[in-house]
Every structure is written in structure tokens, then in C-alpha cells.
Design a protein around this ligand. Structure first.
Ligand SMILES: Cc1cc2nc3c(=O)[nH]c(=O)nc-3n(C[C@H](O)[C@H](O)[C@H](O)COP(=O)(O)O)c2cc1C
Length: 185
């Protein structure tokens, strides 16, 4: 028998999700936050969505910048996720404080993170309200990838990169490459 919960308080049963560091550079600020709620939205055109609570400083910075970057990090960069995800740019300059290394983007103004094994440059095309979070829709204009970490089909080489996964409540894990299977019907 499964337990059924109807008084839903801590709603995080869907994890593990991969962690992205999402942010932007506006006229007045540069700020990033940890983001586990993200998803591809369309292949053609390539659209990527990130869900950001209205109270986050990043919400304000991306709204002003009208572009953002999505930066995926490996499990050995877990500390960066905690720093970007448990401190707010409303209280400190996180980039300066935590010495986040940035690289210029090719098309947009907002920089990507040097630490990312893959990063998307996105132009903000829409903001949709979804409860206490807003869905920021980005048109993916450029992708920066660590050399040779994806194969020709765009599949991650798990021998080279272990992506950072989030379990909720400040717990993290990664994948086990020994479980890799290529399965066809
Ligand atoms: C691993 C992790 C994932 C997170 N995912 C999200 C998310 O998807 N959306 C969101 O609004 N906040 C998320 N947060 C919380 C923000 O990252 C956090 O509140 C951060 O301090 C906001 O920074 P800011 O105020 O500078 O934007 C996450 C936090 C952690 C640690």
C-alpha cells in the first residue's frame, strides 16, 4: 500500500533534477543563482525555460537584462551551487564574494561561467506566471561546450563529466556511469 498525502507541504518529491547556475548581467548588476527547475521547451526553435521565484534577485536582473545564461556544472563544483543557491544577490555581490569566473558570451551581453561544462546563451522571449515562480523562456542563441564531453549525437560522455544532481534540502548526488545502457525497443 502506498501512502497518499493530500496535505502537501514540502513539495519536492520529484527530485533528483540537475543543477544549473542561471543568471545575467544587466546595466546595473551581474548575478547568478542555483536553479534546479529548468526544462527544454522546444527543439525548433530551440527554447529553454527556467523557473524563478518572484522574490529572487535573479528574477529582477534577468527581467532587466532581457537575456540570461544557463550553466551546467559537474558534481565536483557542488560548493558553487550552495553559494549561488543559499545566498542572495540582494545581500552581497556573489560573483565578487565567491570569485565566480566569468567568460564573455558570443551573442548576448550576459557572461557564461567558466566552470560550466556546457552553457546556453539565451535571449529572453517570454515570462509566464506559474504560481509563486515565473517561467522565463529563452531562445537559445549559442551553446558553449567543454571540448569532447558530448558525443556526435550530443550525448554526455559520463566517463568525463559527472553532472551535479539535486535531491532537495541541500542534498546532492551524481550519476554512476557503470549503470549506462543504450536501449532500443
Ligand atoms: C540546488 C538549488 C536549486 C535551486 N533551484 C531553484 C529554482 O529552480 N528556482 C528558484 O527560484 N530558486 C531556486 N533555488 C533557490 C535560489 O537559488 C536561492 O534562493 C538564491 O539564493 C537566489 O539568489 P538571488 O536572490 O541572488 O537570485 C535553488 C537553490 C538550490 C540550493
Amino acid at each position: 500500500m502506498k501512502k497518499i498525502i493530500t496535505q502537501i507541504e514540502k513539495f519536492q518529491y520529484f527530485y533528483p533534477y540537475s543543477v544549473a547556475i542561471v543568471g545575467a548581467q544587466s546595466q546595473s548588476a551581474v548575478n547568478y543563482m542555483a536553479c534546479a527547475w529548468h526544462t527544454a521547451l522546444s527543439f525548433s526553435p530551440p527554447l529553454f525555460g527556467v523557473l524563478i521565484a518572484k522574490k529572487r534577485y535573479t528574477h529582477q536582473v534577468i527581467s532587466d537584462a532581457k537575456n540570461f545564461t544557463v550553466n551546467f556544472i559537474s558534481a565536483d563544483r557542488v560548493k558553487l551551487s550552495a553559494q549561488m543557491g543559499r545566498k542572495s544577490g540582494l545581500d552581497m555581490d556573489k560573483v565578487k564574494e565567491f570569485q565566480v569566473r566569468l567568460s564573455p558570451s558570443k551573442i548576448i551581453k550576459s557572461p557564461v561561467l567558466e566552470e560550466a561544462y556546457v552553457a546556453f546563451e539565451c535571449k529572453l522571449t517570454d515570462i509566464r506566471a506559474t504560481g509563486d515562480h515565473d517561467l522565463f523562456v529563452g531562445a537559445v542563441l549559442a551553446i558553449h561546450e567543454e571540448e569532447k564531453c558530448f558525443n556526435a549525437d550530443g550525448v554526455l560522455d559520463t566517463g568525463k563529466i559527472r553532472p551535479l544532481l539535486y535531491l532537495g534540502s541541500d542534498f546532492y548526488i551524481t550519476i554512476d556511469p557503470d549503470t549506462l545502457k543504450h536501449v532500443l525497443p
